[in-house]
Design a protein around this ligand. Structure first.
Ligand code: UD1
Length: 421
């Protein structure tokens, strides 16, 4: 397995261009299943998770053409509505084919994604929503089977805010008979981006970005072209890398609007942040103090502080002045990076869903193991700060979600190399 070797202690400087958002691209790729006409997507990031989703779509009969960051999908020959375990187990977001398949084909069998390192992550809300829309859903031999003539519009209420649950049900409702209301809907910008693409395909959706989404079902959707929004978590990760190393870095292709909660905390930590969005250019520039203040956070659904940025902020708190309390409210097991950060010399105590972090003067390079996508990002940030070499093993997690990570970091002056196993 490949590993990343980082020689820390160097400030970063320069500019980095933010890629398309993984978490917007994944549901939007699945939207192609809703129409026999071609869907063209631009600004699609080259990531392993995107490759996995494309493979899944291809085995369902979707024709895929890829040219640089443009992907053209044609689901006119859709001939298989089964998402097998072998594919789903590598990526939970595969569950996003369920809603569109049931809506277009009247049936689907999707392997249950099961738990993952960060928590149990059930899909009961996706199932409950489809049942309320008239689908007969059974769970047998590890598969969710859903069957229906045509879905019927319904009033849906999810027990908790779920991002992919909202996206799955929104896609399903586009081809349902009548009006669907999704209450307690996720307000994440990626949900809004999916809604924009669906609207371009002829869907009638209002309220995306609020907690009530209204979808008036139509009989058919048509082809469209859509540009994927920038990746706010990738951007947040580079902001944290700059903050931790006391650097000035400019991120191009994104403005701070998507990152309010993150920017707010970085400013509390003592960073200066400017952002601009004009017709010609969009950027965020961060200038960080040599010494940051520790910042307490509590993760929450958007517009709260994103759980996908918790690990990166833990890396910052490890070397900041003072102590921070970090509360994880979305996933039950999302502190696995803490023990790895401790190997670098961090002072962290975990009690249930709360981490108490006290800043130390310096971190020292060591061998650590990446355990999930964002945990890996926190180890990269810590490695950039630590004295000497940090060896990060199992970096396939990073390849799932960060496009050209080493190239981007090296362009900012970091000393990073990948060692092939
Ligand atoms: C999405 C993101 C992920 C992010 C997460 C929370 C994608 C592809 N992934 O994951 O990066 O960390 O949102 O912002 O967009 N839950 C249930 N039953 C359900 C659905 C969810 O109990 O049917 C629970 C989950 O276990 C979790 C919470 O609800 O505790 C939120 O999960 P959810 O928003 O669904 O996360 P994902 O959509 O899987």
């Amino acid at each position: 397995m490949d590993k990343l070797v980082i020689t820390g202690g160097r400030p970063l400087s320069g500019e980095v261009t933010i890629s398309g958002a993984k978490n917007a691209a994944l549901p939007i790729l699945c939207a192609c299943l809703l129409t026999p006409e071609p869907l063209t997507l631009t600004h699609v990031p080259a990531l392993n998770d995107i490759g996995t989703m494309l493979k899944l779509l291809v085995q369902m009969g979707v024709k895929v053409e890829r040219d640089a960051d443009t992907v053209r999908l044609d689901a006119s020959g859709l001939n298989n509505s089964v998402a097998p375990y072998e594919m789903v187990k590598t990526m939970r977001a595969s569950i996003l084919v369920l809603g569109p398949l049931v809506a277009r084909c009247g049936e689907a069998s999707v392997s249950l994604p099961g738990g993952c390192a960060i928590g149990a992550r059930p899909v009961d809300q996706h199932i409950k929503g489809l049942q309320a829309m008239g689908a007969e859903v059974t769970v047998e031999h590890g598969y969710v089977h859903a069957k229906v003539g045509r879905l019927k519009g319904a009033r849906l209420f999810t027990d908790m805010v779920t991002v992919t649950g909202t996206e799955n049900l929104m896609m399903a409702a586009c081809l349902a008979d009548g009006v669907t209301l999704i209450e307690n809907a996720a307000r994440e910008p990626e949900v809004v981006d999916l809604a924009k693409c669906l609207i371009a395909m002829g869907a009638k959706i209002s309220g995306a970005g609020t907690d009530v989404i209204r979808i008036e079902g139509v009989t058919d959707l048509h082809g469209a072209t859509h540009r994927i929004m920038p990746d706010r978590i990738e951007a947040g990760t580079y902001l944290c890398a700059a903050a931790a190393t006391g650097s000035t870095v400019t991120l191009n292709g994104i403005s701070s609007g998507y990152l309010d909660a993150v920017v707010d905390k970085l400013m509390d930590a003592g960073c200066d942040i400017v952002s601009e969005k004009t017709a010609e250019r969009e950027f965020i520039r961060i200038t960080a103090q040599a010494k940051l203040k520790a910042v307490s956070i509590r993760t929450a659904p958007y517009p709260g502080f994103p759980t996908d940025m918790q690990a990166q902020f833990m890396a910052i708190n490890c070397i900041a002045e003072g102590s921070a309390v970090m509360r994880e409210t979305i996933f039950e097991n999302r502190f696995m990076h803490a023990v790895e950060l401790q190997r670098l010399g961090a002072n962290i105590k975990i009690d249930g869903n709360t981490a108490f972090v006290t800043g130390v003067k310096r971190l020292e390079g060591a061998t650590v193991m990446a355990t999930d996508l964002r945990a890996s990002a926190s180890l990269v940030i810590a490695g950039l700060v630590a004295e000497g070499e940090t060896h990060i093993e199992r970096i396939y997690h990073l390849d799932r979600g960060y496009e050209q990570l080493e190239a981007k970091l090296m362009a900012l002056g970091a000393q990073v190399r990948r060692e092939k196993a």
